[in-house]
Design a protein around this ligand. Structure first.
Ligand code: LER
Ligand code: MN
Length: 257
C-alpha cells in the first residue's frame, strides 16, 4: 500500500478544506502544501483541517519564495540570503508542529561560481541544525536544467548531500525532472535508494499521471523492489482544474498499482 498525497498551493483554509475533503474521500493519505510565507498562515487552522480529514502533511514546499518573491539561498545580496534562511526556518517551525519535512528545491537558486555554492552549503548547515533541534528533516530536490542551473541530476545531488554529511538532509526525487535528466528513472531510483525520503510524481508534461508518456508501472515496480515506504506526492499543473487533477491522479494510480 502506497501513501499517496497531492501538492496544493496553499491559499486559504477554506480551499484547503474543499480539496482535502475530496482527497480524503478518494483514499489519499496526505496533502503536501506549497506555502509562500509560513508567517502568514494559521498553523492551528491547518492542523484542524488535516486532522479532521485524517491526512498527513508529508512535506512543505518552499519554491514559491523563489518564483513569486525572487528569494534564494545563493543570492549575491546578503540581505536576500538572510531572508531565504529565515523563510526556511519559519517553514521548519511549522513543519515541527505538523510532522512534515521541508523541501529545498528552487529556493537554493542558481549558482555561477564557488562562492554561490558556498552560500548554499553554509545555509544548509544552518538550516539542518535548526531542523534537527525540532525533529524536522530537510529534502534537497534535483530539478531539471530549464528551471535551475545546478543539482539537476540525482547523482549530483546525492554527492552534494554525502559531501555535506548532514544526517537530516535527504533526497526528494521528482518524475518530471527525472524524465529530463536521468538516463533511466528506475535505475536511478535503485542506485540512490538509500537517501530517497520523498517522491513527487507528474507525467512528462507536468499533468496528472497517465496524461503523458512516463512509464509509471516501471517506476512502481522499482519502488516495490526497494520497499520504498515514504509518500508519493502528485505535484502537477492542475489542468483542467485542481479537483479533476486530484480525481484523475488517484484513478490512474489505482489502475496501475
Ligand atoms: C518543486 O518541487 C519542483 O519540482 C519544481 O519544478 C517547482 O516548479
Ligand atoms: Mn517537485
Amino acid at each position: 500500500m502506497y501513501k499517496i498525497s497531492f501538492v496544493i498551493p496553499y491559499e486559504s483554509t477554506e480551499k484547503l478544506e474543499r480539496y482535502t475533503s475530496l482527497m480524503s474521500s478518494l483514499g489519499y493519505s496526505g496533502v503536501e502544501l506549497g506555502i509562500k510565507d509560513p508567517s502568514t498562515v494559521e498553523a492551528d487552522k491547518i492542523k484542524g483541517v488535516i486532522s479532521r480529514f485524517n491526512l498527513m502533511v508529508p512535506a512543505l514546499g518552499t519554491g514559491r519564495a523563489f518564483t513569486e518573491d525572487g528569494i534564494s539561498l545563493s543570492s549575491k545580496d546578503e540581505k536576500i540570503r538572510k531572508i531565504a534562511i529565515e523563510r526556511l526556518k519559519a517553514h521548519i517551525d511549522l513543519a515541527g508542529r505538523i510532522s512534515s519535512m521541508v523541501i529545498v528545491g528552487l529556493i537554493r537558486g542558481n549558482v555561477y561560481d564557488d562562492e554561490g555554492i558556498g552560500y548554499v552549503r553554509s545555509a544548509l548547515i544552518d538550516i539542518c541544525r535548526y531542523g534537527r533541534e525540532r525533529g524536522v528533516k530537510i529534502l534537497l530536490e534535483p530539478i531539471n536544467r530549464y528551471e535551475v542551473n545546478w543539482l539537476n541530476t540525482i547523482e549530483d545531488t546525492y554527492s552534494f548531500i554525502k559531501d555535506l554529511g548532514l544526517d537530516n538532509l535527504g533526497l526528494l526525487i521528482d518524475t518530471f525532472h527525472m524524465n529530463i535528466e536521468e538516463p533511466s528513472i528506475a535505475s536511478s531510483i535503485f542506485r540512490f535508494r538509500e537517501l530517497i525520503w520523498h517522491i513527487h510524481i507528474a507525467d512528462s508534461n507536468r499533468l496528472y499521471p497517465g496524461a503523458g508518456h512516463i512509464d509509471f508501472k516501471d517506476i512502481f515496480r522499482m519502488l516495490s523492489a526497494i520497499k520504498y515506504n515514504g509518500f508519493v506526492s502528485a505535484e502537477l499543473i492542475n489542468k483542467p482544474d485542481i479537483e479533476t487533477a486530484i480525481s484523475r491522479t488517484m484513478r490512474y494510480l489505482n489502475s496501475i498499482i
